[in-house]
Design a protein around this ligand. Structure first.
Ligand SMILES: C[C@@H](CNC(=O)c1ccc(S(N)(=O)=O)cc1)Cn1ccc2ccccc21
Ligand SMILES: [Zn+2]
Length: 248
């Protein structure tokens, strides 16, 4: 199967070899330039029903740390905003840099954040499975949340505690930011970052890139486990897409 990563040989600039869609017309992430976004008063607020969310597992898939949810019904869903119907929460995961800097995928006028949280939802009204939705142009909706370094509490464990006060957002048609890079994502990126503690953001989660979830990743010389960091794709060409703002 295709091996891809974030290194010199297998990183974002090489992905097009195995995934030609990498050079497609609706690739993500992008650089969001607020002065070039269009305020769309018809955009409804987004509504998140995360109260009854049931997380199932946390895993390291070699590219990120992923928390999966049981997605058997629409208890845990996102609706409203640019979406025609409810999209069911499947998983959330993070992208981060090394040593707490430049880890976000989306940027705002070139500004990078320390990390970016992605809450991945699929269109369960139109598709039977996540896999089917992941390949369809209106199949997925990913809520992107910037993480900035500071101190904040992280009580409880509903994804709701991972959200900022304001749900003002930008939205645009895009793609998965990792292979297979399907152009199936309606991106909803919140403008307000959430603050997480320096020590959490400063040090990327101790995960290795070989899929093991070690209790502490050791930096071995020459091969062996490598600390997973800089697992972000750089911004991609807008190719004429319009980025709409839910706020003025
Ligand atoms: C789509 C791929 C798996 N990839 C993703 O699910 C995914 C989700 C979100 C992002 S991001 N960074 O844009 O938010 C990137 C990749 C393979 N796959 C195909 C079918 C399928 C079924 C279950 C699990 C994985 C499956
Ligand atoms: Zn992601």
């Amino acid at each position: 199967c295709h091996q891809w990563g974030y290194g010199e040989e297998d990183g974002p600039s090489a992905w097009h070899n195995d995934y030609p869609i990498a050079q497609g017309n609706r690739q993500s992430p992008i650089d969001i330039v607020p002065t070039e976004t269009v305020y769309d008063a018809s955009l409804a607020p987004i509504m998140l029903s995360y109260d009854l969310c049931t997380s199932v597992n946390i895993s390291n898939n070699g590219h990120s740390v992923v928390v999966e949810f049981d997605d058997v019904d629409d208890r845990t869903a996102i609706r409203g905003g640019p979406l025609e119907n409810a999209y069911r929460l499947k998983q959330f995961h993070f992208h981060w840099g090394g040593k707490g800097c430049h880890g976000s995928e989306h940027t705002v006028s070139g500004k990078t954040y320390a990390s970016e949280l992605h809450l991945v939802h699929w269109n369960s009204a139109k598709y039977k499975t996540f896999g089917e939705a992941a390949a369809a142009p209106d199949g997925l909706a990913v809520l992107g949340v910037f993480l900035e370094g500071s101190t904040a509490d992280f009580r409880g464990f509903s994804p709701k505690c991972l959200l900022p006060n304001s749900l003002n957002y930008w939205t645009y048609p895009g793609s998965l930011t990792t292979p297979p890079l399907h152009e199936s994502v309606t991106w909803i990126v919140l403008k307000e970052p959430i603050l997480v503690s320096e020590k959490q953001v400063g040090k990327p989660p101790a995960v290795a890139t070989d899929g093991e979830v070690p209790n502490a990743v050791v930096q071995r010389r020459g091969g062996g486990q490598k600390r997973m960091e800089n697992n972000f794709r750089p911004p991609q060409p807008l190719k004429g897409r319009k980025v709409r703002a839910s706020f003025n």
